[in-house]
Design a protein around this ligand. Structure first.
Ligand code: MN
Length: 214
């Protein structure tokens, strides 16, 4: 299956909106086409436009007074752009996948078992206050796996954290189908994860040349 990576979100000196790696109906019944269309074509596109605008503004800035606000806007929009690119890539039309190979062994040794990890990730995603993200990341310093909660977008851009799996818990990600039942959306999300992509991110490799990615 085609997938997308962060590099697909930049070309010719501009941040760009990478196309969805599947049809807008491909994630039914987990997410409906209208949710995907709005989320990708409106919300994600707005973060791309916002990142380009803030970056251009920062480069042409003459007034010291608005620098912090523009930098905040850049952090918000750029992180939003990156997180959404990761989000599309770690969802799969094929439900019911589980981690395998080395990543499965690491998850077992870090969290006890896949189901312990899944329960933790569910709890974090459901518990993020307001709008934000749950993120499974690899800490490049300790080489440990960590589950992080981020409010808004930019908190997720922690130094030396490589995001492997991200779950958008902004209401725009689920409200049309799940209304206020975020827990039901997160439960369904856990069954639509593209572990192939998560595994590629873990190995820091877009090519499918390691044993656990079949
Ligand atoms: Mn979103």
């Amino acid at each position: 299956m085609d997938t997308i990576c962060l590099r697909d979100g930049y070309a010719d000196g501009q941040y760009i909106l990478p196309p969805l790696p599947y049809d807008v109906t491909a994630l039914e019944p987990f997410l409906d086409a209208e949710t995907l269309r709005l989320h990708h074509d409106a919300h994600h596109a707005a973060y791309v436009a916002g990142a380009n605008a803030a970056l251009a503004q920062q480069r042409s800035m003459s007034s010291a007074g608005i620098s912090a606000a523009v930098a905040q806007s850049l952090a918000f929009n750029l992180a939003g752009h990156m997180l959404h690119t990761l989000y599309w890539g770690n969802l799969s039309p094929q439900a019911g996948q589980r981690p395998c190979g080395e990543l499965a062994r690491v998850i077992d040794s870090e969290f006890g078992s896949y189901s312990d990890f899944a329960q933790l990730f569910r709890n974090v995603a459901t518990g993020v206050q307001g709008s934000g993200w749950a993120v499974l990341a690899k800490d490049a310093v300790s080489h440990r796996l960590v589950v992080l909660a981020a409010q808004k977008h930019q908190d997720a851009l922690l130094p030396r954290m490589r995001p492997l799996l991200v779950c958008d818990v902004w209401e725009h990600a689920y409200y049309l189908r799940y209304r206020n039942n975020r827990a039901a959306y997160v439960d369904a999300f856990m069954d639509q994860i593209c572990w192939h992509t998560v595994c590629q991110r873990y190995h820091h490799n877009k090519e499918n040349n390691h044993a656990c990615c079949k």
